[in-house]
Structures are given as C-alpha cells and as structure tokens.
Design a protein around this ligand. Sequence first.
Ligand SMILES: [Zn+2]
Length: 161
Amino acid sequence: MRSSNLAPYRISQLLPQDINLRDGEQQSIRCPECHTWRRIRRGMVWPHHPDGERCTGSSRRVILDITVEEWEQRLTEAIDATACRRPTKVTPKPKALPTPAIVQMAHRRPTPRQIPGQRAAEWAAVLPAVQAADDQRAFRPVGATPACGPEVPTESLRISV
Ligand SMILES: [Zn+2]
C-alpha cells in the first residue's frame, strides 16, 4: 500500500494523549482529520472511511520523531497537569444591601483606621498567633515533594507596627 502524498504526522507535534505507543498494545492515533482512533500500521494511519468517504488522514505517514520514553514522559506530564486543575466553582454574586439613610450613617461605629492606637493594640494581640504560625510554616516534613499544587510561601511577611 502506498502512503499519502499529504504531509506526514509527527508525533512530537501531536498531543501525547492523541497517540498510543504503549508496549504490547496496537499502536494507534486519534486521526487529526476525523478525530477517530485509528491503527498505525506500516508506519502510517490505516485507511478509513468514517462518513462513507475516504478520510484525508488515511495512509498518512506517522513519523516517530521522539522516543517512546519521551512520549510516555509527555503523557505523564499531561495527566499531572490535568489532575492539578481545579474544578470551576461558581460563586454566587452577593446581594447588594440597600444604602442606609444619612441619619443611620451618622451613628455608625468608627472604623479601626480612625483609632490608630487601637489598631496597634490589635496587631500586638495577634502577634503570638502569627509567630506560632510562622514557626509551624518553617517546619518541613520529610519525604517527597508533591507533584502538583499551589506554591506555598516560605518567607514570612513582616509588618512593622
Ligand atoms: Zn481520519
């Protein structure tokens, strides 16, 4: 069987999950033209007719320009990247409260910014808890580093009062 004159598919340019090069399994490819899984035989995409007509991906040469080990590495990285994605979380929009009347605003409590001494006392009160959190953060467990997850800050943020 002759191969197609159209440009060959290079493994390095395909998504790793769109090809199967596992040892002991039939090599296959998700045809870039019709997006169906097809066998790779004799170094080409096996001819197929998904809609009754010959797909242009038929008989295209498949060039293994990376090793099977490199493909497996790319596949592992793609799976890790997918596992790290967070599900989309829908956050409901908070309801807007009615604006208080001017008479009601006049009797509001002063905010901490309006009382500087009180703010400093509040910072001093939480300082032991902050120090304890910093000490806990400095402790590093023994073992392998997780493959995915958000970066955790390791430097303490110091705010002078
Ligand atoms: Zn096809």
